[in-house]
Design a protein around this ligand. Structure first.
Ligand code: SAH
Ligand code: SF4
Ligand code: F3S
Length: 447
């Protein structure tokens, strides 16, 4: 087998983080170098997502490409991991017999063993169990590429929203020990990371055990991380409105390193639908939380996730979602049509609303969201933003690209030496998905 690995990732940032860690691990155990093109790889891996049907469908179209490469070169090995693997297990081998290994989100640390088994015994290998979390203990230090990094602080989800597969694919909530998280953060900071995003499907439910046996929450973790030299900007995602404690709200007042941007999914503006989704909160609870957050950090930029066409959603329920969007004025939002996921309670609910009507609702919602997002970007024109320079601009490698506090990409001219630094950039133009700006001389004021 060639000593190279190609990993294609679908899904959330946690999957992205997992893929990086698999690459780190395979480099340590098998000396595999990660490559960007599948044609160059000895090992082909797919890290899959099953959150909506569309995401799941991508698996088999992508596997078709793997098959061609495996037929052309018999030494090429392929594997499927992630949330679809967790749900489908052996069924993946049945549908795609050329796949050599299957692993789940909680067994990615065992990929080297599975690979070894496949190579030596020449048979398919599978492990989609949920071992008492050991995966983080078995991974080498993460490789750092660039000044912004992710760090998974907890795994799984125990909320069981009625439409969602995550608790079944990733298992119950488990928080990584507090000291392990700090050690990984220190490692990242030492290697040039300046902005850290803490990850978890319910990251605000974090409760990590410390070396003294006490339990530390996310607010405590943020305070400790903020004290690490080099870490100058912190984010966390994704939060659930229910466990957003007053201590965590207060962190927006007391931890200046905490970016003034928060992704806080609400899913629907109708209490009836929120109840059917088993979200555990009302619209009023959500609005109260938003008010408290905005009091703690007046310039806080808020984004959200919304589901349109949940079974039984009436025009009135949908109007309530639109009204909520108007009221909160989200700076950005991701909206999806409900997708019935096998094995979830909502998949069995009667759903009389025709798909065409759902699509219309989605379009109406997305139009409004787009207007708010554009308006927000336009209001940034003329302001000076604190920007972390992350690398070259994608379209024009002679320009720099960076990220504002509210998570907008901004491109501007400047010397390469600034990559990895925080600089002040005046926003000059708001484009559809990015901003343009120029380096500002008022560095000290803004930073
Ligand atoms: N843990 C996070 C996000 C989970 S997945 C949270 O609870 O907020 C990301 C988003 O996908 C969700 O917020 C939801 O809006 C969407 N989603 C999840 N399951 C879905 C389904 N069955 N159909 C449509 N959208 C879904
Ligand atoms: Fe899914 Fe709900 Fe858990 Fe989010 S909180 S991952 S939507 S079950
Ligand atoms: Fe998808 Fe699994 Fe993430 S279903 S969104 S990859 S947790």
């Amino acid at each position: 087998m060639r000593k190279t690995v190609f990993i294609r990732t679908f899904g959330c940032q946690m999957n992205d983080y997992d893929s990086r860690r698999i690459a780190d691990l395979l480099e340590a155990t098998h000396g595999l170098r990660r490559v960007e093109r599948p044609e160059e790889a000895g090992l082909l891996l797919l890290n899959t997502c099953s959150i909506r049907e569309k995401a799941q469908e991508k698996l088999f179209s992508e596997l078709g490409r793997f098959r061609e490469l495996q037929e052309a070169d018999k030494s090429v090995v392929s594997g499927v991991g992630g949330c679809v693997a967790s749900q489908e297990g052996e069924a993946i081998f049945a549908r795609a017999p050329y796949v050599n290994l299957v692993f789940g989100p909680q067994t990615l640390h065992r990929v080297p063993e599975l690979l070894q088994r496949t190579l030596t015994e020449r048979r398919q290998a599978i492990d989609i169990s949920f071992p008492e979390i050991e995966k983080f203990d078995r991974l080498p230090d993460p490789r750092v590429d660039g000044p912004a990094a992710f760090l998974s602080v907890m795994e799984g989800c125990s909320k069981y929203c009625s439409y969602c597969v995550v608790p079944y694919t990733r298992g119950e909530e488990y928080s990584r020990p507090f000291d392990d998280v700090l050690a990984e953060a220190v490692h990242l900071a030492r290697h040039g990371v300046r902005e850290l995003t803490l990850l978890g499907q319910n990251v605000n439910a974090y409760r990590g055990r410390t070396h003294t046996g006490r339990i530390a929450d996310l607010a405590a973790l943020l305070h400790y991380l903020a004290a690490i030299d080099g870490l100058e900007r912190l984010r966390f995602t994704t939060s659930h409105p229910v466990e957003f404690s007053p201590r965590l709200v207060d962190a927006y007042r007391t931890v200046p390193e905490l970016a003034g941007q928060l992704h806080l999914p609400v899913q629907s503006g109708s209490d009836r639908i929120l109840g059917a989704m088993k979200r555990g909160h009302t619209v009023a609870d959500y609005l109260q939380l938003v008010a408290a957050l905005r009091q703690a950090r007046p310039e806080l930029s808020l984004s959200t996730d919304l589901i349109v066409g949940f079974p039984g959603e009436t025009e009135q329920d949908f109007a309530a979602t639109l009204a909520l969007v108007e009221q909160v004025r989200f700076d950005n939002a991701f909206s999806f049509i409900f997708s019935a996921r096998p094995g979830t309670p909502a998949a069995d609910l009667p759903d009389p609303v025709p798909q065409a009507e759902k699509l219309q609702r989605l379009e109406r919602l997305q139009r409004r969201i787009r207007e708010f997002a554009d308006d927000y970007s336009r209001r940034m024109v003329g302001t000076t933003q604190r920007v972390l320079v992350t690398g070259n601009a994608r379209r024009n490698p002679r320009e720099l690209s960076g990220c504002t506090e509210n998570n907008r990409v901004i491109n501007f001219a400047g010397p390469l030496a600034l990559i990895g630094e925080f600089v002040a950039v005046e926003v000059t133009t708001a484009l559809a998905n990015t901003l343009r700006g120029r380096l500002s001389s008022q560095l000290e004021h803004a930073c």
